[in-house]
Design a protein around this ligand. Structure first.
Ligand SMILES: [Zn+2]
Length: 389
């Protein structure tokens, strides 16, 4: 194992208040020592220990790699026409997912994997070093299991989302589809997944169906997370908190009781502003959640229908501009917050023992991610101690 000293970092976000200033634990004139795929040392450059080789950050700032805790990247085709129609004034509903289901079923394994890799590389260039991704565009036993098998080759954070919508094959028998999801489909999918998820929404699955699916997944050893309260008020958030889900995702329409539940439970509120941007919908109120004491994560929700962005910097800019977050809060939510939403302690931070994931920015600090929206500031990405080319 060889060590690398990354030095001449003008401002480093560690996300550990014990290591530096403020809630983000920032260090000026910093250096980091990487040992294999782990971080061995963090501090001021003048105090840095010797390493096998040195890498000059040339005065850039550095942050933990982004942890994108919510994406849907195993799919084929796109939905350009639907986006165009929406921008001409038509509204978004859960039903558009069927278009992607048809294209995904028709695609070969090779096509699906090539598409996944394309978006992973795109995300990595923008600083994402950890990502979660889901099934949900197959909706048959075989197609869901193959999506998870393909995803599991590229990430540990794989989510079974057979309950994305009721399969078109069960249009007249939603109860029959819930039986399939909790039975044969779960049996085939559980070995390839860490998480189980449900789209709890009008037009998808109601509270009772969602509870049955999540409970069945938990019984098979999967951990729950929920698409909750995106398009309307509903039972999703309370269900997530009640089941101690790692994350309730979207959280756009929340009652005071929902906010209170998130503030007092272990469930992270994961906000996905790319979805509101791409559907011209009302923003989730991050300020309200943060002021109540809830833990907030930011993620892309990258998918071909409602949020076709892989860019965490874009989501940070939206969260700061339109959701009441400060640049510091948004950076934390996109790194440490994402790690919390995946119940991970080894990522989303730059601390000794953590995974050696770093993004170097062509900017004096992370604040520029919101201050200079749309500008490709991510210059270098280190993932598991390797500089990505
Ligand atoms: Zn989603």
């Amino acid at each position: 194992m060889s060590t690398t000293l990354v030095t001449n970092i003008t401002n480093l976000v560690t996300n550990d208040p014990a290591l530096g200033e403020g809630p983000l634990g920032q260090i000026q004139d910093a250096a980091v020592v990487l040992d294999g795929d782990r971080i061995a040392w963090v501090g001021q450059a003048k105090d840095a220990p010797e390493a096998d080789r040195a890498h000059d950050a040339e005065g850039r700032s550095a942050i933990p790699g982004f942890v994108d805790s919510h994406s849907h990247l195993v799919f084929a085709g796109d939905r350009t026409q639907e986006f165009n129609a929406r921008m001409e004034g038509r509204s978004y509903s859960a039903g558009g997912i069927r278009t992607t289901v048809a294209a995904t079923r028709a695609a070969s394994d090779e096509e699906l994997e090539a598409n996944l890799l394309r978006y992973l590389r795109e995300a990595a260039r923008q600083g994402t070093t950890v990502f979660e991704t889901k099934s949900g565009y197959g909706l048959t036993v075989e197609d869901e299991a193959r999506a998870l098998r393909i995803a599991a080759r590229h990430t540990d954070e794989v989510t079974f989302l057979g309950a994305h919508i009721v399969s078109p094959d069960f249009a007249d028998d939603p109860a029959g589809y819930v039986d399939l999801v909790t039975g044969a489909m779960l049996d085939a999918c559980a070995p390839h997944a860490r998480w189980v998820d449900v789209f709890c929404e009008k037009g998808a699955f109601d509270g009772d169906q969602a509870r049955a699916i999540l409970t069945a997944g938990v019984a098979k050893g999967l951990l729950p997370r929920v698409h909750a309260n995106q398009l309307s008020y509903g039972p999703g958030v309370q269900l997530a908190v009640g089941l101690d889900a790692a994350s309730a995702d979207h959280c756009t329409h929340l009652t005071d009781a929902d906010v209170d539940a998130l503030a007092h439970g272990n469930t992270v509120a994961t906000l996905l502003p790319g979805a509101e941007f791409s559907t011209r919908a009302e923003w989730p109120d991050a300020r309200r959640l943060l002021d109540a004491g809830a833990t907030v994560a930011l993620s892309t929700d990258c998918n071909p229908g409602s949020s076709f962005t892989s860019s965490m910097p874009f989501c940070i800019a939206l969260a700061v501009r339109d959701m009441g977050m400060t640049p510091d809060e948004a950076l934390w939510a996109a790194t440490a917050g994402g790690a919390r939403a995946l119940r991970r302690t080894d990522v989303g931070r730059v601390t000794p023992g953590a995974r050696a994931d770093l993004a170097l920015l062509d900017a004096p600090s992370h604040v520029h991610l919101a201050y200079r929206p749309g500008v490709p500031l991510v210059r270098e990405v280190w993932q598991r101690g390797t500089l990505l080319g």
